[in-house]
Design a binder for this molecule. Structure first.
Ligand SMILES: [Zn+2]
Ligand SMILES: [Zn+2]
Length: 139
């Protein structure tokens, strides 16, 4: 079964349809990699005139409840979404330009292992590291 087909089946069994608009917003998140609702809106606005901020927010919530996207809080503002198809990763966020890079969870292996010894389980997908990218540092 293709991904596309599986997705449609999943939506149908939840009583939801993969409307062109939902599909468009899901594709936008997949294309952007990491995106806030505003960035998704800016991306899809050129394609669908009727779409507005509240539609994007609502649709992202629907897609998340279906397990198609996930969100993390990388700032005190809007959440950042990424596709649930991406393997689990740590976020490296530039304080200068806001660019988000995905890091292999292996990068935090010793931290995770150390906390596990104390009986603490790390939610790796929610780990974020803040700093400056090389381009911002060069300015
Ligand atoms: Zn991510
Ligand atoms: Zn930067």
């Amino acid at each position: 079964m293709s991904d596309e087909r599986r997705l449609r089946d999943r939506l149908r069994s939840s009583g939801l349809r993969l409307t062109p608009q939902r599909e468009l917003i899901l594709r936008a998140v997949e294309h952007l990699g990491h995106a806030t609702p505003d960035e998704v809106l800016a991306h899809v606005r050129g394609q669908v005139a009727s779409v507005n901020a509240s539609t994007v927010y609502r649709t992202l919530e629907v897609l998340e409840s279906l397990g198609l996207v996930r969100h993390v809080h990388l700032s005190d503002r809007a959440p950042t979404y990424h596709s649930a198809r991406e393997p689990e990763h740590i976020h490296a966020v530039c304080r200068g330009c806001g660019a988000v890079r995905s890091l292999d969870p292996e990068a935090a292996a010793s931290l995770v292992a150390g906390l596990a010894e104390d009986g603490f389980t790390v939610d790796v997908g929610h780990l974020s590291v803040f700093g400056w990218c090389s381009a911002c540092l060069a300015e």
